[in-house]
Design a protein around this ligand. Sequence first.
Ligand SMILES: [Zn+2]
Ligand SMILES: [Zn+2]
Ligand SMILES: [Zn+2]
Length: 143
Amino acid sequence: MNVEQALSQLKEKGYKFTGKREEILSVFAQEKRYLSAKDVLSALQMNYPNISFDTVYRNLSLFEEMEILEVTELEGEKRFRFQCSTTRHHHHLICLDCGKTKQIHACPMDWLEDSEEEEFQVTGHKFEIYGYCPECSSAAVQA
Ligand SMILES: [Zn+2]
Ligand SMILES: [Zn+2]
Ligand SMILES: [Zn+2]
């Protein structure tokens, strides 16, 4: 997902194209990591000093609904990032410090296939691995 794709999705669904929406999307394009609504708010306040948390949050929820952003919860707070553009099934390693993610192509559902749970009808699954990326863990050692 990138800003152009997201904007054309908005247009298709009949949503108004606003400078604020574009700005929110470009924050995600630049940061390429999980951001909280507060992170997005403070990035936008540079150009829109009067923007409210509510406006930011409503747009984030809209983008989530439209599957422009994907969402997870880290340390009790919702975090957002652009949906990965790859269609290949994957999961994420997520850095708790900087919010950057890395794709992994192993899936725990493969283990389930060999298990006894044949009667359970699976409709979906979530799997995330949390920790610290190489940059953040080496910074912690130096500090
Ligand atoms: Zn992904
Ligand atoms: Zn990190
Ligand atoms: Zn999977």
